[in-house]
Design a protein around this ligand. Structure first.
Ligand code: SIN
Ligand code: MN
Length: 300
């Protein structure tokens, strides 16, 4: 999939591109069908919502689930990212976020690169986030929100939040968010027909199978899900190979240490048998749980 010149400009300006319905309902179903089994496992790679059983984030399914291993190598997802970053890519992080009906908690305002820099010593922002919706995303089930153009600020001040939710995150404080939103167009308003026209916060919504590419410095968040409908989404974080992380402070199921370039599978791989390596299918190796606060201490 080649991006147009207009899409390149839009990405530079806004920091994200939205592709509604990029994967078909049949393709998306092959992924959604796997989620209950993955979420049911009592393993460190399933982080549950604070005080609840609902899964907030599952990590590294592409290493033990065939449909997700195929998604991690899908040309419709990998090629545009490769085009934007201009280099071979490896998978830095792979998450299936639940945001389950009634239970899904907030994700505070943050930039992903802030966490990758502070925790993983990733040298530069040359990495991309990809969100793929496994459920329809509506106004009501906690859509992802962006501040368009905020990536152009580079890395902004953040604090390590270890308490608000069950997942530690480098988060941006409210004053700075208010300034960024104001600068990006403010609170928005209503046109003559009463339709909402967004200002400095946008929330792309669309059917299951939609994809968003967003810059690693784009400031984003999502509210809780009080609706009766899940909002399961896959978040793939692809990093330019030369920009690989330099510190293994977080376990390998969260921040990967295999910097082998991703090789794409055929475009119809989700609907056809297609051999993929599943190195963690019999369990997460003990080495993947080891961590080191020092740069490259555990490097292979
Ligand atoms: C994230 O920022 O990594 C997740 C946000 C979300 O699932 O809404
Ligand atoms: Mn994020």
């Amino acid at each position: 999939m080649k991006l147009t010149a207009a899409q390149h400009e839009q990405f530079e300006r806004d920091g994200y591109l939205f592709f509604p319905g990029l994967f078909s309902a049949d393709e998306t179903r092959t992924l959604t069908a796997e989620v209950p089994q993955i979420y049911s496992r009592r393993e460190p790679f399933n982080v549950r919502e604070k005080g609840k059983d609902a899964v907030r984030t599952n990590f590294a399914a592409h290493l033990y689930s065939a449909p997700f291993a195929k998604l991690a190598r899908h040309p419709r997802m990998v090629e545009p990212v490769q085009e934007l970053l201009g280099e071979a890519l490896y998978m830095h992080q792979f998450k299936i976020n639940g945001k389950m009906a009634f239970e899904g908690d907030v994700w505070q305002w943050h930039q992903d690169y802030g966490t990758w820099l502070n925790d993983d010593a990733m040298p530069t922002e040359r990495a991309m986030n990809v969100a793929i919706f496994l459920d329809d995303v509506t106004d009501f089930n906690g859509p992802l929100m962006f501040i368009p153009g905020s990536h152009r600020k580079g890395v902004v001040d953040a604090k390590h939040d270890l308490t608000t939710t069950s997942y530690p995150l480098w988060t941006v404080d409210n004053d700075l968010i208010a300034q960024l939103v104001e600068r990006a167009g403010g609170k928005g308003g209503f046109d003559a027909e009463g339709r909402f026209v967004p200002g400095g916060i946008v929330a792309p919504k669309g059917p299951a199978g939609s994809m968003i590419l967003f810059h690693s410095c784009l400031v984003h968040a999502s509210g809780s899900n009080l609706s009766p409908y899940n909002r399961v989404s896959v978040y793939l974080s692809l990093c330019a190979v030369s920009n690989h992380i330099r510190r293994f402070k977080r376990p390998e199921f969260i921040a990967h240490r295999d910097f082998t370039p991703i090789e794409c599978l055929p475009d119809d791989c989700l609907l056809k048998p297609c051999p993929v390596a599943l190195p963690w299918k019999d369990g997460v190796p003990a080495s993947a749980l080891q961590t080191s606060p020092d740069a490259m201490k555990l490097a292979a």
